[in-house]
Each structure stands twice: as structure tokens, then as C-alpha cells.
Design a protein around this ligand. Structure first.
Ligand code: ADP
Length: 728
């Protein structure tokens, strides 16, 4: 006995696979069958049951075997239908089964010898059922076969006319019923289509819902996971579960090479670092270009699979992990070929991969930040300078041990307001135009402020203080860093320096004066006549003694300038006169080198608020250099002009010039741009340093421009004289 097979359109897997593929009419028929399934099944059961009862009442014992066969066949088909996934739509199979059923029932009736059995009426179910599978032509064909089956028991023996009439009427009724069923099915189609579409959408939305819940689940897991290993293990486990795959693995690209980072379904003891992904294979190329990949029937010899599975064939589904636009890794799931991936699962894998990519990137960032933090903390604590960090409201959020030590407040200074802390700890502060509080405010306002502060107490240190605002672009200033560099010792030494220099200079000047005096006496022949050689040597001694004396004078001058006091001696200084005097002072030198010195002083140049001798000294220093560093036949021009609120003096030569690297250093003490000893150039690199000190005292400035081989120009400014300045 065979039975019709009821297809199962809502079998999850088959329906998912079919969502996009099958024709519409097939879908409709499938749906109708589903709707009709229960009714038809009932009808079918009644049919079989009736035959069984009929046969047991009517049949000769010899036909019991046939009856058992019928029951067993029926049960087998029903069980098979329920337990085996052969739920595909097979109209031909149904047709054959239908014919077999009819033939079987007819033969039963025939064997029981009761040709008038009413069982034939039960065949009415057949054309109705056929209408669900076939259109008009198919249904009529099935109806014809049913009619023929009805005639089977009458194939032998006499048939009475009334029997023929009854059989014919039955056959006609099959036809009519079949046609009516077809008509109804046809008119049911639009509803069925809608209903099917609805079912399809429902299924799609269920799939999406499942995906969303996975994504949600993942995001939730990843939101509190910053550990890379946990992220990768969670991802692989989820991918395996979602795709119902045998295994899943994740590669991350490190230094341009994909490295296996996590894997399930592979040998647990495998050395993941040695796994080489087959970069030459077509599917891998597509994957590395950022495409999702589904590939069937592959062997995976590159993967450390358990020994017994190494020669098996697998299907793989793989998705790239993107960091921005860059492919930063791969997620691959593999499954034996007899359990293929449902088609839309690549989308799930892709969604998983993008979630994982975000989490991996976050974990990477976290690891890097942690490493940076550790580095910073090490630097922070190793610093010999005090370092304090505040938030945007000036509250201390970090301080290293040196800083804690400087403040010595007993408890930690973290959490205190920096301004309060400074106010109580600092005795004096020097930040130019700002007082201490203003300096901190200015830094919180985004300005770099530098200065000095001396802390209160007996052993209170003096520190160079540097307020640096922490600028976070969108937020503005997120805090301030205060560097405290201990300069107590430097300060002490610096304070000793002028004294030291002036003491030493004084001590040196006395013997030098004696040396010079006695050399003069010797040269003058007071100790007897000198040979030419003796005279020559002595004149060298005299020259060097004079140079040394000048240097000592310069050094004394510098230390005097440093100790200030000069500013009080401001007077109305005539610049033109100072220029004239300087030129006169150096006339001889210029003449000797055949250098022309030209002065151009505009008539409106006002008097300067300075000291006449000092201004003359500056001009003479610059002019002397100009003559010294200009080859014979050169030209030196001096000019002065009004440059409110200053008088500006400018000395230009067409001499050897100063190399660009040396230019910023020419105002430093003892700096000489041209190699050569002091005796040759007749200087020690102090002239310009002294000039700068003087100009600084008057609140002016000094600078130079030069082009090697072409010449140099030195500028300096001093404030214009006014009654107010003089009165200071
Ligand atoms: P020095 O006594 O050595 O001249 P200065 O302080 O006056 O010391 O000058 C420092 C150095 O600057 C000089 O040694 C020289 O190298 C350079 N310098 C100054 N003026 C000129 C100039 N007009 N041309 C070229 N080099 C110059």
C-alpha cells in the first residue's frame, strides 16, 4: 500500500532555502496543500478505516493478509511523512501514489467479491485532492483513472445495466467534483498568494529578528568586554552556533599577515601561529578584497583539523572584518558538505563579523591606551621635575611624587584646588604681567605661561614653573599641566656669579696693570736698551696684556649691567652726537683698512631716553665689528630714524656676513662666528652681549640680519625721550 505524501512548506530549512527561488504557482499549490492537509489526512484515514472495517466484516479469511498489508503500508507512509524530510513538492510521485492506492482498494473490493460495495464512493476524495496538485487537465485525468479503478471489481462476471448506470454516474460525479475543486482552487489563488506572501514576510522578519537578537546579544557582550581574547572567543562560539557549523575560526591581519587568533572545531593543541591561510586560492583572494564568500566542497589541509577529519570535504562561509575601509581580518565557518550552510546565513556571518570588528578595534584601542597609560605613568614617576595635572576647573587630578614632595602637605594633594594649594605654598611668584592666580587662569584659558616661583619655608625651593593648557579640540581646554623644575641651586650659583666675576676681575686687574706698566717701562728703555727681538716680544706681551685688560673691563661692565641701577641714570641722549663720537673713536681703524664710514641721521630723529656714554658704547661696538669684518675698501653706513615709540639705529656693512646658523647666537657671551683667536680679531665675543644688556636695560631691542659674503645689518632701538620717562 502506498500513500500520498503531504509536503511541508513551512519546514524551516526548506522554506528558507525557497524564499527567493520557486515559481509563484508552486508556492500557491503548496499553500493550498498545507491548508487542506488536515482535512485530507482525515479523509484519507476514514478511507483506510472504512476499507479495514468493510474487509473484516465482508472478507473471506484469505483476504486478511491483504488487509494487514494495507494497514502496514498506511502506517509506514504516515510515519515516513512525519519523520523523514522528504517534504518536497512532487506532483508526479503523488500521481503514481494515487494510482497505486486506487488500484489497491479496487483489488481489495474485487477479492472480497462484493462488487456493489459502497467503498467506491470514498474515491470521491481523490479528484478533490488532485485539484490541489493539478489544473483542470490533470484533475480530469486523475478522475478518469479513479473511474477506471471503480470499474475494476466489475471486470469479470456479468454486469447488470443498473450497475453500469450507477458506475457511470459515480464516474461522472468524480469528473464534476474534480472540476468544481479545480474551480475553487483557482479562485482561492489570490487569497492564497496574499497569505503566502504574508507567510514569506513573516519568515523573513523572523530571520531578521533572530539576526538582530544575535547582534544585540553580541553588542551587549562586547560592550563590557575589552579583552581581545574574550572578544575573539565569544565571536567564534557565536558564529559556530548561529551557522550550525562544525567549526569557526578568526584571523586578524598583523604586520600584513593573517594570523589565526581563535578557533573552534580545530585541534585544541594546535599552534595557531603557524597556520597559513592559502592566500593563492580564488576564494581567499575574494575574501581579502572585502567580499563575503561561500565555497563548496573544499579540503582544508591548511587547517589543524582533528586527524580523522583531515581528508574530509567541507563547505565554507567566510566574511571579512573591516577596520574602517581596511580588511583587518577574516571570519571563516566550515561545515561538512552533507550539512551545507543555508544560503542566507552568510548575511548572519557578515553581521557577526562587523560586530566583532568593532569590538576587536575597541579592544585594540584599549590595549594600546593601557600600554600608553603605563608608559606615561612610568615617565611620570621617573621625572625629576614636579608635574601636576588639573581638570578644566583647576582641581588636581594627578601629581607625581616630586610634586607631592614640593608641597609637603602631609596628605595627598589630589582633589585639591591648585590655586588654593599654590596660594598657601608659594612665597613669591614671577610670571611677567600676571600674578600667580592670573597665570593659572590664563593657562585654563588656553595660554602657555612660564615663570618662576619660590616656595615658602626655610628650605622652600625656587622652581621654574610652566603652565601648559591641555587643549582638547572640541571641548576646549580640558585641564592644565604644571611643570616645576627645581632651580634653587642654579639660582644660588647665579647669585654668586656677578660677585665672583667682579671679584676675580678686580683681582686680575691689579697685577695686569703692573704687568702693563712694567712692560711700558721696559719698552721705553728704562731698564736698558733692548734688542730688536726683545722689543718685538715685549710688544706682543703688551698687546696681550691690553687685550686681557679689555676683556676684564668688559666682564666687569657686564656684571655691573647685570646688577642694574643704570636705568635710573636716564638722560636726554642725542643720537646724532653718539654716532659722531663712535665714528671718531674708530676713525683710525677704518682709515687703516681703507673703509668708508658714512653716517645718515634724519633730521627728525628725536632724543633717546638712555645714557649717552652707553649708547655711544653700543654704536661703537657694532661699528667696530663692521670695520673688523669688512674687507679693505668696504663701506659701512650708519643711520638713525624715528620708529615710534623708539629711536632706531642701524649699522650696515658689505663685509663677510654671518652664517645663518650663527646669527641667533652672536649676542651670546663669548660667541664668535668666525674661527680665529681672540688676538687676531681683537675681541672676546663680549661686545654684542654687553650691547644687548644695555639695550635691555632701556627697554629696547637689538637684532641682526646678514647674508654671508654680502654683509650684515645690526639694528637696535631705545625709547624716545619724554619728560615722563626721565622722571621715572
Ligand atoms: P667680538 O669681540 O668677537 O667682536 P662681539 O660680541 O662684538 O664679539 O661679536 C660676536 C661675534 O659676532 C663676532 O666674533 C663675529 O663673529 C660676529 N659679528 C659681529 N658683527 C659682525 C659683522 N658686522 N660681520 C660679521 N660678523 C660679525
Amino acid at each position: 500500500m502506498c500513500a500520498m505524501k503531504i509536503p511541508r512548506p513551512f519546514n524551516r530549512k526548506s522554506n528558507l532555502a525557497r524564499l527567493s527561488g520557486d515559481t509563484r504557482s508552486e508556492d500557491i499549490k503548496r499553500l493550498l496543500l498545507v491548508r487542506a492537509r488536515l482535512g485530507i489526512l482525515l479523509l484519507w484515514c476514514v478511507l483506510v478505516l472504512t476499507i479495514v472495517i468493510y474487509v473484516s466484516v465482508q472478507a473471506e479469511p484469505v483476504n486478511y493478509g491483504m488487509m494487514v498489508l494495507l494497514l502496514v503500508a498506511f502506517l509506514l507512509v504516515e510515519l515516513g511523512t512525519n519523520f523523514f524530510p522528504f517534504g518536497e513538492y512532487r506532483p508526479y510521485l503523488f500521481f503514481i501514489m494515487m494510482c497505486a492506492v486506487l488500484a489497491l482498494i479496487s483489488s481489495l473490493v474485487y477479492f472480497t467479491g462484493n462488487r456493489e460495495s459502497l467503498l467506491g464512493f470514498l474515491f470521491l476524495a481523490v479528484p478533490i485532492y488532485a485539484a490541489a496538485y493539478y489544473s483542470y487537465a490533470g484533475t480530469l485525468l486523475v478522475s478518469s483513472i479513479t473511474a477506471v479503478a471503480l470499474f475494476i471489481p466489475f471486470f469479470s462476471g456479468n454486469i447488470e445495466p443498473v450497475q453500469i448506470l450507477s458506475l457511470t454516474l459515480s464516474a461522472v460525479s468524480y469528473f464534476i467534483l474534480g472540476l468544481i475543486a479545480c474551480y475553487i482552487v483557482e479562485h482561492e489563488e489570490p487569497y492564497a498568494r496574499e497569505s503566502h506572501e504574508f507567510g514569506r514576510l513573516l519568515e523573513v522578519s523572523r530571520t531578521r529578528e533572530k539576526e538582530i537578537s544575535v547582534v544585540y546579544d553580541l553588542s551587549r557582550k562586547f560592550s563590557y568586554t575589552l579583552d581581545l581574547e574574550t572578544v575573539l572567543n565569544t565571536t567564534t562560539a557565536l558564529a559556530r552556533r548561529m551557522l550550525e557549523s562544525k567549526g569557526s575560526i578568526v584571523f586578524l591581519v598583523e604586520e600584513g599577515r593573517p594570523t589565526l587568533k581563535a578557533g573552534l572545531g580545530i585541534r585544541p593543541s594546535a599552534d595557531m601561529g603557524t597556520v597559513e591561510i592559502p592566500s593563492g586560492e580564488e576564494w581567499m583572494k575574494r575574501l581579502s578584497h572585502g567580499n563575503n564568500v561561500v565555497e563548496e566542497n573544499l579540503q582544508l589541509p591548511w587547517l589543524p583539523l582533528p586527524q580523522e577529519e583531515q581528508n574530509d570535504y567541507y563547505d565554507i562561509a567566510a566574511a571579512p572584518l573591516f577596520f574602517g575601509r581596511e580588511v583587518a581580518g577574516y571570519m571563516i565557518c566550515f561545515t561538512p558538505t552533507d550539512r551545507p550552510f543555508p544560503k542566507d546565513h552568510i548575511e548572519i556571518l557578515s553581521t557577526l563579523a562587523s560586530q566583532a570588528a568593532v569590538a576587536v578595534e575597541k579592544a585594540h584601542l584599549y590595549t594600546r591606551t593601557l600600554a600608553d597609560k603605563t608608559k606615561l605613568e612610568t615617565i611620570f614617576s621617573a621625572l625629576r621635575d614636579g608635574l601636576l595635572v588639573t581638570d578644566s576647573s583647576g582641581i588636581l587630578i594627578q601629581a607625581n611624587a616630586v610634586a607631592e614632595n614640593i608641597f609637603k602637605v602631609g596628605s595627598s594633594i589630589i582633589g585639591q584646588r591648585l590655586s588654593t594649594l599654590l596660594k598657601s605654598a608659594v612665597a613669591t611668584a614671577e610670571f611677567g604681567d600676571y600674578d600667580l592666580e592670573e597665570a593659572l587662569e590664563a593657562a585654563l584659558g588656553g595660554h602657555d605661561i612660564s615663570g618662576e616661583m619660590t616656595f615658602a619655608g626655610e628650605d622652600g625651593i625656587t622652581a621654574q614653573a610652566h603652565f601648559i593648557p591641555l587643549k582638547d579640540e572640541p571641548v576646549g581646554v580640558s585641564g592644565v599641566v604644571l611643570f616645576l623644575h627645581d632651580i634653587t641651586e642654579l639660582k644660588r650659583l647665579d647669585a654668586m656669579k656677578p660677585n665672583f666675576v667682579s671679584n676675580v676681575s678686580h683681582e686680575l686687574r691689579t697685577p695686569l696693570t703692573s704687568i702693563s706698566g712694567y712692560v711700558d717701562l721696559l719698552i721705553a728703555g728704562r731698564a736698558g736698551t733692548l734688542t730688536a727681538k726683545q722689543e718685538k716680544y715685549l710688544s706682543v706681551v703688551k698687546e696681550q696684556a691690553t687685550n686681557l685688560t679689555k676683556m676684564i673691563e668688559d666682564l666687569l661692565d657686564l656684571s655691573r649691567l647685570k646688577s642694574a641701577g643704570e636705568r635710573t641714570r636716564l638722560e636726554k641722549t642725542n643720537i646724532a652726537k653718539a654716532i659722531d663720537e663712535s665714528i671718531k673713536r674708530l676713525e683710525d681703524q677704518a682709515r687703516k683698512k681703507d673703509i668708508k664710514v658714512e653716517a645718515r641721521v634724519s633730521t627728525n630723529v628725536p632724543a633717546a631716553a638712555a645714557n649717552h656714554a652707553r649708547v655711544t658704547q653700543i654704536i661703537a661696538n657694532i661699528l667696530e665689528n663692521a670695520i673688523k669684518f669688512t674687507p679693505p675698501g668696504g663701506l659701512v653706513e650708519i643711520s638713525a630714524l624715528k620708529n615710534e615709540p623708539y629711536v632706531q639705529v642701524q649699522v650696515t656693512d658689505n663685509g663677510i656676513g654671518i652664517p645663518p646658523a650663527a646669527l641667533p647666537l652672536v649676542f651670546n657671551r663669548f660667541f664668535q662666528a668666525q674661527p680665529g683667536n681672540a688676538a687676531e680679531s681683537g675681541g672676546f665675543g663680549l661686545g654684542l652681549a654687553i650691547s644687548r644688556e644695555i639695550v635691555d636695560l632701556y627697554g629696547g631691542s637689538i637684532s641682526a640680519e646678514s647674508e654671508p659674503g654680502k654683509g650684515s645689518t645690526f639694528f637696535f632701538t631705545v625709547p624716545i625721550y619724554s619728560a615722563d620717562i626721565a622722571g621715572d
